[in-house]
Design a binder for this molecule. Sequence first.
Ligand code: GLU
Length: 476
Amino acid sequence: MHLQKEPSFRESVDLMFNRAVALMDLAPGLEEKIRVCNATYTVRFGVRLRGEIRTFTGYRSVHSEHMEPVKGGIRFATGVNQDEVEALAALMTYKCALVEAPFGGSKGGLCIDPREYEEHELELITRRFAYELAKRDMIHPAQNVPAPDMGTGEREMAWIADQYQRMNTTDINGKACVTGKPLNAGGIAGRVEATGRGVQYALREFFRHPDDVAKANLTGSLDGKRVIVQGLGNVGYHAAKFLSEEDGSIITGIIERDGGLFSDTGLDVEEVRQWIMKHGGVKGYPNGQYVEDGAVLLEEDCDILVPAALEGVINLSNADRVKAPLIIEAANGPVTAGADDILRKKGCVIIPDMYANAGGVTVSYFEWVKNLSHIRFGRMQRRQEEARHQLVVDELEKLSSSMGNTWTLDGKFKERYLRGADELELVRSGLDDTMRVAYQAMSKIWHERDDVDDLRTAAYLVSIDKVASSYRAKGL
Ligand code: GLU
């Protein structure tokens, strides 16, 4: 039993920020300037639904405008409040800085349970919310660019884009007012999978550093590692799917709203996902052991724990029972500041949210660039690349026949080598590079500085330094 009081989400983010900033030498006052949220706009609006006017409360918080536009998702959930939105906006600032996405940090939220509404009702509500934000430039390609978050997805982003464009009919860059749109409405290939894909790339990069792996008391690669995932939404689903299908990891646990599933030999992620879609939860799924209190699986023995749902799920009440030696924060803020202290002391390695789930905003950045350039990635180069590769293959085959065909090019190799990269491949390559470079920056500090003993502090140091230099460059 801990007597220590759990701080709020925003306080938790601030505490982690303070811990890092204490190790830095910032100009007086700059620390405070970076920490605080610049502005939070609260909107209450009415929508006529089912014969009555219903009032909704929404927020858009701007944490830092050291770079513009500011960027961050819009969340639809009943728990949305100002403290949460501000914490999430702050994390966006640090996240964007860390992965070098040229944005300030922002976040929005609407207090609503989207499952209670029909599609056409949600459209009315979303459009009205978008209208309220857009008329105050809180949705704008050059100033504030939202994206999906919990409870929102491509569909909502398409409504928001359309709403903005109706209000700004001559803005040639109107589509860049929001990211995470469907492909046919100005989206980019690979955005839906991006955050989960980023989690996979982050883990792959971690396992390329044997010294770091050893700090978590692990060895080897992702192959055969036992993974427990909390939340099989967009992020958790893609991360678990890719890790199990492509890296040989074994998904031993899946925790959902209505309970958890466990299997020593591994769960079939795709099958579980289909089950959830059909039955609304994991209960009754036949190929795994069901536990009603899913949270106990957070404390189960495994190699990697992937909290991919809400903030604050690993907290003072359960942190000392968490056994995973490695936690990757696919969600924003799943580990509270107090839990972080406890886990760190136990030697658990935490790959922090601002890095681990940055894949979403990274691909959002690519989408925004695509919208501003009005051309799909790869459209100019793809066939030219293929033609040049064909030249090499032709030449090699000529050589081979002049040597009596004593060797040949493997058919599979030829096929792979000849194919020019399409948008999806380019997006994945850009994301992979981003995740590698950002990890290396954090890891370097983790190793080089004696006063830094965790990746989160290292991540804060890298990103605060970047934000601070932007402010310095502006003369502040
Ligand atoms: N909502 C996501 C996040 O928390 C994505 C933000 C974006 O793409 O702008 O990072």
